[in-house]
Design a protein around this ligand. Structure first.
Ligand code: GUN
Length: 291
């Protein structure tokens, strides 16, 4: 049976370190890390995520401002807000919650955020720095960064000789995850919906990252005995209205737990780490601005 990786406790560890460092920064320089979270429209899941980001920021001793904009907000008005946040010296991190309404081009919005405040790590400058291994000055996207920390808990920092398979090629998770694993010396395969023989490819993984958004797609016999499995999926199944819905990952947990060496649960695995790493990125941004 696999060890179940406790993302909640790992995240609490990160948050307590961030909180202590923020206190120190504020004492030494009077500077309070500030994050602005922008949400456009009424997506229920996004509202939950944004509220928990604000709560966690306050728990860390940050100032957190939330900008909840109507669904019909124009792209131009959103760009004006971002311009103001870019120029505001009290704001060190800017996060625009995705997805945005269809009439707004997410690429245009992300590229308008000052790279030094892009705590999501989505701006070309940060994507490029991650791609070239300049991690000292990059912001790394929070979900892959948090996933790497969980892998590190089990396997250490150096993944030399290990095969990692990332299932999913999104800009938010799959691609940055692949780059982080490469930087840690893993041999990386990125698989996706057009990949042939996906189960076979997954079976070669010493480290398997599931980031496809398909409930319980990855089954028992896709997992190499002894693999470390990181499940990034958060899928709601069942009828929310009947109160019978539940969250599941991209991995069939009850099956995988019998084959893997270690596995993250859903919920309570990668999810809490994403928010913790957002706090860490915001703290780093505030520290950089103080120097
Ligand atoms: N929507 C889903 N994940 C994320 C994330 O990491 N950052 C932002 N801004 N939006 C998201």
């Amino acid at each position: 049976m696999a060890t179940i990786i406790d993302g909640k406790s790992a995240a609490a560890d990160v948050v307590s370190k961030v909180k202590a460092a923020a206190e120190e920064l504020t004492l030494a320089s009077g500077l309070i890390p500030g994050i602005a979270v922008v949400i456009v429209g009424n997506d229920a899941a996004s509202q939950v995520y944004v509220a928990s980001k604000g709560r966690k920021a306050r728990e860390c001793g940050f100032s957190s401002t939330e900008h909840a904009l109507a669904a019909e907000t124009s792209e131009r008005d959103l760009l004006i807000l971002i311009g103001k946040l870019n120029a505001d010296p009290d704001i060190h991190g800017i996060l625009v919650q995705l997805p945005l309404p269809a009439h707004i081009d997410p690429g245009k919005i992300i590229q308008a955020i000052a790279p030094e405040k892009d705590v999501d790590g989505f701006h070309f400058t940060n994507v490029g720095k991650l791609g070239t291994g300049e991690l000292d000055t990059a912001f790394v996207p929070c979900t892959p960064a948090g996933s790497m920390l969980l892998i590190e808990y089990v396997l250490g920092r150096d993944l030399s000789g290990l095969n990692a398979v990332v299932v999913g090629r999104s800009n938010i998770v799959g691609k940055p995850m692949a780059n982080l694993l490469l930087n840690a010396n893993a041999t990386v395969t990125v698989a996706h919906s057009r990949t042939n023989d996906l189960p076979d490819i997954c079976r070669r993984a010493d480290i398997l990252i599931a980031a496809v958004g398909r409930p319980e797609m990855i089954r028992r016999d896709w997992i190499k005995p002894g693999a470390v499995v990181i499940d990034v999926g958060i899928n709601r199944i069942g009828e929310a209205a009947s109160g019978k819905s539940k969250l599941v990952g991209d991995v069939a947990f009850a099956e995988a737990v019998e084959n893997a060496r270690a596995i993250t649960p859903v919920p309570g695995g990668v999810g809490p780490m994403t928010i913790a790493l957002l706090m860490a990125n915001t703290l780093v941004s505030a520290c950089r601005s103080a120097n």
